[in-house]
Design a protein around this ligand. Sequence first.
Ligand SMILES: [Zn+2]
Length: 276
Amino acid sequence: MAILLGALMPDFTKLPVYGLHIGNWEVIKAPEPWMYHRGWPGSGPTHSLVAGIVAACLVYVVTRSKPWGAGILIGYWSHVLTDTADSVGTMMFFPFTTQHYSFGMWQYASQEGRYGDAAAYFSSLGWAWDVLWIVLVLVLARKALTAEYFHTSVEPADPFWGVLERRFHLSAHVRRAVFRAYMVYGAARVVSWFLWARFLNPDRGVETMDLSWTGPDWVQVPPRFQVASTWGGFAVVTIIGIVGTAATAAVAWHAMKRLPEQLPRDAHPVVGAERQ
Ligand SMILES: [Zn+2]
């Protein structure tokens, strides 16, 4: 559960990207969504490895749970790393460098609005990338969705499930549903947005399928970001970024080690022992 929450965190500031509209009233909307979302100045630093370290430390200080601290970090970093797959990428090593890291597998498209962005993503290699992960789970990691795996491996490792069980009296059946819910949601999202983009989207004649690298070609390309102009410069800022991020991680690790782990107040002495 902490991995899932961590993976959602970098986009907690995403609201102004598409904007909030009430009727005709535009409550909030970033004038340059790509700059606001991934750039600096902007909320781009949320998509950095250091931000993940900060989030994991804050969660550890509050929960004093190692699985939660580690889970937040893994989830958060996975988001920062996988967002490098689009054409804008992330300032992975902010604040040590504002260099953007991008593989440009598909075109960044939030400037097309919520529906244009969905049409672009689900008509590009982004869609193929999502399908690949669903297939990998179903083929290689199907065991992770089984009741046995949930009760013997997931529940004993994560205090969240004990809280649902003891404090909210949720049955094993409901807890398994909660565990699988986001996977089901993710798969349903990929299928339904794809069907919308390809068969219902009123602009589907223009917003066509394009599985080429950095596709689709109909997206308005955002301006280029801060990037090193030479490979030498790229190497220098990357090394500075790696060293700075590693030093931050080391400092955070030592600070957290001074705060002992605490088991939840109602934690069972032998985890999972009451399982029927
Ligand atoms: Zn993101």
